[in-house]
Ligand binder design. Structure first.
Ligand code: COA
Length: 193
């Protein structure tokens, strides 16, 4: 999960953005349940905060303000929410750049975890990055978040480097992980745990 917001503006190169950010809502079936996948709006923020509290032991790493400011960046951001009827069960966010897509956040409600909803949401963003001809997809994950790391590794993400003390509230390090979509020149040392 991305900790900071302002930094990303510099993180991505100021190139003309020709990325297709259109998104058409769709339904998917998971274990017999019909889930609606749609683009997040400000109306989803209260439910997003409830979901965060459910997965982060009562904490909200992203405040209402963080969500609001991210949801405004529609030119190169895509935030998706997944509902079963009126219950928010998951969300994912990503920033897209011609060369790199960055997964900024992902969470699946406890009762819905382990049913490949997270994997499907990641694959959706990866497909979009591939269609946009991005070279890679990156993300940050807490160093001790073994479930998430296993999921990312099973998709093909490689741990590259550690950001010390990245999450200042818990003083936890983050691991940067990259999924290469194209042959690449940049050599980033692969970390093993
Ligand atoms: C990380 C997270 C998004 C994964 O979503 P998910 O829908 O549960 O993950 P998936 O079902 O797609 O599968 C992930 C893999 O981990 C396993 N897994 C998922 N949840 C698990 C759990 N609670 N305990 C053990 N294993 C779990 C699954 O079995 C699956 O492995 P498989 O493909 O070999 O069957 C979800 O656990 C979550 O919301 N965690 C809290 C928030 C978080 O940590 N976000 C990541 C920030 S970087």
């Amino acid at each position: 999960m991305l900790k900071k917001f302002k930094r990303l503006n510099n993180f991505f190169h100021p190139e003309v953005n020709k990325i297709d950010m259109n998104f058409s809502p769709f339904a998917m079936t998971v274990n017999g349940k019909v889930l609606q996948v749609m683009q997040a709006t400000d109306n989803d923020i209260p439910a997003l905060l409830v979901l965060e509290k459910a997965v982060y032991s009562g904490h909200t790493p992203w405040s209402s303000f963080s969500f609001e400011s991210e949801l405004k960046k529609r030119k190169n951001s895509l935030y998706l929410v997944v509902y079963q009827a009126s219950t928010l069960v998951a969300f994912i966010g990503a920033r897209f750049h011609p060369r790199e897509a960055h997964i900024t956040n992902i969470a699946v409600a406890p009762d819905y975890q382990g049913q490949h909803i997270g994997r499907r949401l990641l694959e959706l963003m990866i497909d979009r990055a591939r269609k946009n001809e991005s070279e890679c997809v990156s993300l940050e994950v807490k160093i001790d978040n073994d479930v998430a790391k296993r999921l990312y590794e099973s998709i093909g993400f490689e741990a590259t480097f550690i950001r010390k003390n990245y999450y200042q509230d818990t003083h936890t390090d983050a691991v940067n992980m990259i999924l290469w979509l194209k042959p690449h020149q940049i050599k980033r040392r692969k970390l093993t745990f």
